[in-house]
Design a protein around this ligand. Structure first.
Ligand code: IMP
Length: 203
């Protein structure tokens, strides 16, 4: 069965493909579908944005659709960048510019106050239009310097709780075991497994 993931972020699609491997579901994203829709992420919460993205895509393609909204909340910045994570530093900024900016903002903050969490909210819509919400959180802290080369976004500065290396150093295989997206996705996968069509015995 096909699941449309309402994103153009190849990093996210790759993580979802990995998590759905062997379940009978095939992931397609909006670039694979060859068409695009403009989604304005102006919600006040991760959930509002996830719903908006999923609804916009499901309205056009009317198939199983999944959208997520995610971001990094840094305690020393009062929870920022949060829902603004993707747009920090303006529309033309790179991941590098954004990580540099948060490192600069908390340059004087000591280790014990560099706590942060990645949050992810997913909205799944079935072909009949029913919606379900799933959430995942991954706690950690912000490193003093960017380290590592895998992943995307803030991975080079996020050290998950219980580890000393950043997500970008740990690699996708480790990250996918307990990241915010993996935690939300594991719940989605459990649900989707119950929806795979069983072969018809009488045919
Ligand atoms: P979204 O595509 O609107 O959900 O944007 C989320 C933004 O939060 C991304 O562009 C990244 O900057 C950041 N982000 C979310 N999840 C992750 C992650 O797993 N690693 C690194 N950065 C992330």
């Amino acid at each position: 069965m096909k699941l449309l993931v309402a994103t153009r972020n190849r990093g996210k699609t790759a993580e979802m493909e990995h998590l759905l491997d062997g379940t009978g579901w095939r992931v397609v994203d909006m670039s694979a579908i060859g068409q695009d829709i403009e989604i304005v992420e102006d919600g006040k919460t991760f959930e509002e944005n996830a719903r908006k993205k999923a609804e916009a895509a499901a309205k056009v393609w009317k198939m199983w659709t999944l959208a997520d909204d995610s971001g990094l909340e840094i305690d020393a910045l009062g929870g920022e960048p949060g829902i603004h994570s993707a747009r920090l530093c303006g529309p033309n900024a790179t991941d590098n510019d954004r990580t540099r900016m948060i490192l600069d903002k908390i340059i004087a903050v000591p280790d014990e106050h560099r706590t942060a969490r990645f949050c992810c909210v997913m909205c799944l819509i079935d072909p009949a239009g029913h919606k379900r919400i799933f959430e995942g959180v991954c706690h950690g802290r912000i490193a003093h310097h960017a380290r590592g080369t895998t992943g995307f976004g803030y991975d080079p500065v996020f050290v998950p709780k219980g580890y000393s290396r950043t997500f970008a150093e740990l690699g996708l295989e480790v990250k996918n075991r307990f990241s915010h997206r993996a935690k939300a996705m594991q719940q989605v996968v459990e649900y989707l497994k119950t929806r795979v069509r069983k072969p018809d015995k009488h045919r």
